[in-house]
Design a protein around this ligand. Structure first.
Ligand code: SF4
Length: 291
């Protein structure tokens, strides 16, 4: 839940989630709609799907136990190097480092070397004796993350408070490296077409071609090309929506109709028991202004 999401946003979701699913087994018995409904509003829904798929796999193939090798952990859906190392540290107290952007920056600064010039694997491997000097390896994994977030921050590192400031090359150097810039936001333009009924309903389908919204209930959505739109569709408004590092510029159109294409279903604009992603909820809000 914490991936790309602030702690204060996550807390109520986490509490609700762990209250309902107290064990791996109970989670593994849930279905995707239930999990997505609990995740509603938190975004990045792939995390929820991967979590459920991982729970099912752990119950089915690992007898409810969490694997204790990196190789097995990496077989869980959505788990790559970073997460696998973090889990090995947190769960098994294994001496390891979860290399995310924050941690890479700490090493690069300490050596005053560009991140692209650091061979992190070799560096960690050849410094094991100096790095893993505690039995509290799970705390060490967490501590490095916190250190990157609070002390050796992306901007204005707090060198005067840093326990490494006596040996840090970045601090001593007159030619300090520049740390990696944040990823650029990519702007994309879409037309969204909503079938709307007089009963305050909107037609949604999972059959859309937009990769990052795959398998979600959405109205018809198309990349804006020359923006010539059939005049059956009425323009409602233009608005912006951000997803991850994408900024979506959206022109929203609507058409009152009682007939909808086969793959669509009607959804109430006000009251839905089913999971509706935040992206679609924003469309609901705009369309509601028609009534
Ligand atoms: S001294 Fe400054 S730059 Fe060096 S590791 Fe500490 S906070 Fe980072």
């Amino acid at each position: 839940m914490l991936q790309q999401t602030q702690v204060k946003t996550v807390i109520p979701y986490f509490k609700k989630f762990t209250k309902k699913y107290k064990t791996l087994e109970s989670l593994s018995k849930a279905n995707e709609t239930q999990i997505l409904k609990m995740w509603e509003g938190l975004g990045y829904y792939r995390r929820a799907r991967n979590l459920l798929a991982s729970a099912k796999l752990l119950v089915r193939e690992h007898n409810n136990k969490f694997p204790n090798t990196l190789k097995e952990i990496k077989k869980l859906p959505g788990v790559g190097d970073y997460t696998a190392n973090a889990l090995m540290g947190f769960i098994h107290n294994y001496p390891t480092i979860a290399l995310d952007g924050n941690v890479k920056r700490i090493f690069a600064r300490y050596l005053n070397k560009k991140e692209s010039k650091v061979n992190y694997e070799r560096l960690i491997d050849s410094n094991k004796k100096n790095l893993f000097i505690t039995n509290r390896n799970s705390d060490f994994v967490e501590a490095l993350m916190e250190f990157g977030a609070l002390i050796c921050k992306p901007k204005d590192p707090k060198c005067s408070q840093c326990c490494l400031n006596k040996s840090c090359r970045y601090l001593k150097s007159s030619n300090k490296i520049k740390t990696n810039k944040r990823k650029k936001i990519k702007v994309m333009n879409y037309n969204i077409f909503c079938y709307v009924s007089k009963k305050k309903q909107i037609a949604l389908t999972k059959d859309n071609e937009i990769k990052f919204l795959k398998n979600f209930n959405l109205p018809l959505i198309k990349e804006m090309k020359n923006n010539s739109v059939n005049k059956d569709w009425k323009f409602l408004k233009n608005y912006k929506n951000s997803i991850s590092n994408l900024s979506l510029n959206i022109n929203l159109y609507y058409k009152f109709s009682s007939k909808i294409p086969k793959s669509y279903n009607w959804y109430s604009l006000n009251n839905n028991k089913e999971f509706i992603p935040s992206f679609t909820k924003r469309i609901f809000n705009q369309v509601s202004t028609l009534f």
